[in-house]
Write a protein that binds this ligand. Sequence first.
Ligand code: PEP
Length: 253
Amino acid sequence: MRKNIAAGNWKMNLDLDAGKKLASEVINMTADEVSNDAEVILIPPFLHITSIKQLAGSSKNVFVGAQNCSNEASGAFTGEISVEMLKSVGVDYVVVGHSERREIFGEDDALLAAKTKAVLAGGLKPIFCCGEKLESRESDQHFAINKEQIEKGIFGLSKEEILKVVIAYEPVWAIGTGVTASSDQAQEMHAYIRGLIADKYDQETADSISILYGGSVKPGNAEELFSQPDVDGGLVGGASLKSRDFVDIIKAF
Ligand code: PEP
């Protein structure tokens, strides 16, 4: 059955000392306080990954992710990081298609499909993000937009491959805004996405894939969101930068 996951995307925040302090606090507090079997993924900037992985080494349920990767294997791609490099420092998950990558860095569906393939080919697990902008929701295009992102991004995968993918539904209007999708809105879209997977693959496959919600998840709303039948956890930005808040979110399952 699918896993409950709390993933903390630090984005471009925290220097190395601050990142190590945050990770140590989360790892220790999780060991002391969390009784559920949720998987915790810390997603620091590339530079901090080796140190954070060392800190997480002894923990059985804390994993480390990267925020991005190249679709290329190696070569003259100044400033890029390959999947093999991430694997060599112990990364478990790679975020693909965060809305900030789509919007600010112009990453399109074809590139994101290539990145997803590269992550899987390297033996790592993609956290594939989709989500609509406010104008799409207001014009009732939100299902169509998410369908298109999912179809173009991950429906070229085999059944064996898609079973290794974690999906994160992140409505752009809720990311970093303090505005959270209601639990009904999140459940409605998660059920829709799971239905797309069932139609394309089969129900068992759809039921095995974790679908996370992202967009202003906080300790105060995590429990209600995570209690929805098709919401298997959260991809958390701002609240993952405070150990107390993030651990309270992990405890919300
Ligand atoms: C995110 O970074 O993916 C995110 C959802 O951010 P926040 O929780 O701050 O809205």
